[in-house]
Design a protein around this ligand. Structure first.
Ligand code: VGL
Ligand code: ZN
Length: 192
């Protein structure tokens, strides 16, 4: 197995590792917190570290009192400035981290970190050519962010063991969709 060398033109994108997506949170992903040590271990390898946050207004259109999940209606989660929206406390956010908030428009769902944000321009300004994506949830925001990274012209790697998803079935579909879009899936152990 060839080790993957990390260079200055690589960025790590950590998607939505927030309290509400971890056990005990409003929209908990099973074992969502278990990816944190592996992410912390990778952070020092990268010069450019991006952290996205689901950052909704209290009246966001995806919120429902009777969430069905499968229809993409959700319990209220990651409301801006609340404890549920904070990064999982063990995640080691560097001082120079690039934090990208998304889903801030009450009338529009936005799973991707590239959706109406400065992320693509920020990465281009730093001459980033390749992004490594990990985080929560594989089947929603990781999927959307990785596919949009491809659409924005970045070589895109998803670190599978440093992601967790909402449902096993949709995770399978998401991996397929990402690969079809040109995303490469890797394991963190492959990174030199
Ligand atoms: C997400 C559902 C609703 C995610 C965000 O971060 O994957 N999933 N909002
Ligand atoms: Zn959301």
């Amino acid at each position: 197995m060839m080790a993957i060398e990390i260079n200055r033109d690589d960025a790590l994108i950590v998607v939505d590792v927030q309290n509400d997506f971890c056990p005990g949170g409003a929209l908990a992903v099973t074992d969502g917190d278990r990816i944190v040590p592996g992410i912390n271990a990778l952070l020092p390898r990268f010069d450019t570290r991006v952290f996205t946050r689901d950052w909704h207004p209290a009246d966001h259109c995806s919120f429902s009192d009777n969430p069905r999940f499968v229809d993409k209606s959700w319990p209220p989660h990651c409301v801006a400035e609340t404890s549920g929206a904070r990064f999982q406390p063990a995640l080691e956010i560097p001082n120079d981290a690039i934090v990208i908030d998304k889903g801030t428009n009450p009338a529009k769902e936005a799973y991707s970190g590239f959706d109406e944000t400065i992320l693509a321009n920020t990465l281009r300004a730093r001459h980033i050519a390749r992004v490594f994506v990990c985080g929560l949830a594989t089947d929603y925001c990781v999927r959307a962010t990785a596919i949009d990274a491809i659409k924005n012209g970045f070589k895109t790697m998803v670190i599978e063991d440093l992601c967790r998803g909402v449902y096993a079935e949709t995770v399978k579909g998401a991996i397929k969709d990402m690969k079809h879009a040109g995303v490469q899936t890797i394991r963190s152990g492959e990174i030199a």
